[in-house]
Design a protein around this ligand. Structure first.
Ligand code: NAP
Length: 248
């Protein structure tokens, strides 16, 4: 086992969008970033290269967060390589939208399996390591709709509301070991997840944002970096909203 002295940061869904921005924001000479993804390796390899270009250290690893076995293999590899995990960002997420009356059971299951159960698998896989360290930061990527609700997203909203409850519960369980667990709830952010929304929907969303702009992945990455920093050591069980004022 190589017990590196670098801070070890794991970002699920780190190949593009918000996850990629988090990896880049948290990269520095003293940090090793593990970027997880489940699909094509091209985006993840590019994200890792971008981190290395800034002088950081990064490694892209394929594993679906919806598979307990793959998640366990992913964390076993990290602990074997580094001996520790300092920060876990549960960011991987998908949408399969549809109205309740038409929603297919498979679409409900798939979204819950990745967005909610995936975070459960990752937290369970990393908890013992962090407990032994008596330190660690877990940051779960929720969403503004997890507190507001949103027509056409019953599965996604349920997953994000569930993730907020899970965050608060795990925060209580792990606090005595010096581990903080928080959620970040982005509003409308410019990524591939929102790119295909019809222009009309985008305009309607923008009209609800007092700061009058769509958020950038970097806006969310700032909040995550803060929660992972020394300065946030007394913050746990919270939901930090990054939404331009869309929800107050
Ligand atoms: P995105 O651009 O679609 O990126 C999603 C990431 O998740 C990709 O890296 C994707 O990589 C990965 N992923 C998907 N399924 C996975 C799986 N089974 N296992 C591991 N990784 C998986 O989305 P984003 O907008 O950056 O969203 C990131 C997070 O922010 C999500 O949790 C999302 O719900 C949340 N969020 C986004 C917005 C927004 O407006 N964009 C708002 C609120 C919350 P692969 O395709 O290679 O698997």
């Amino acid at each position: 086992m190589n017990t590196d002295t670098k801070r070890v940061v794991v970002v699920t869904g780190g190949s593009r969008g918000i996850g990629r921005a988090i990896g880049l924001r948290m990269a520095d000479a003293g940090t090793k970033i593990y970027l997880n993804y489940s699909g094509d390796s091209q985006d993840a390899e590019e994200a890792a290269r971008l981190i290395e270009d800034t002088g950081g250290t990064a490694c892209a690893i394929r594993a679906s967060v919806a598979s307990r076995q793959e998640v366990q293999g992913f964390f076993n590899k990290i602990v074997q390589e580094c001996g520790r995990v300092d920060v876990l960002v549960n960011n991987a997420g998908i949408t399969i939208d549809g109205l309740l009356v038409r929603m297919k059971e498979d679409d409900w299951d798939r979204v819950l399996a990745i967005n909610l159960k995936g975070a459960f698998y990752c937290m369970q896989a990393v908890a013992k390591t962090m407990m032994k360290q008596r330190s660690g930061r877990i940051i779960n990527m929720a969403s503004v709709v997890g507190v507001m609700g949103n027509a056409g997203q019953a599965n996604y909203v349920a997953s994000k509301a569930g993730l907020i409850g899970l965050t608060k519960t795990v925060a209580k369980e792990l606090a005595p070991r010096g581990i903080t667990v928080n959620a970040v709830a982005p509003g409308f952010i410019d990524t591939s997840m929102t790119a295909d929304l019809p222009e009309k929907v985008k305009e309607a969303m923008l009209a609800q944002i007092p700061l009058r702009r769509i958020g950038q992945p970097e806006d969310v990455a700032e909040a995550v970096a803060f929660l992972a920093s020394e300065g946030a050591s007394y913050i746990t069980g919270q939901v930090i909203h990054v939404n331009g004022g869309m929800y107050m």
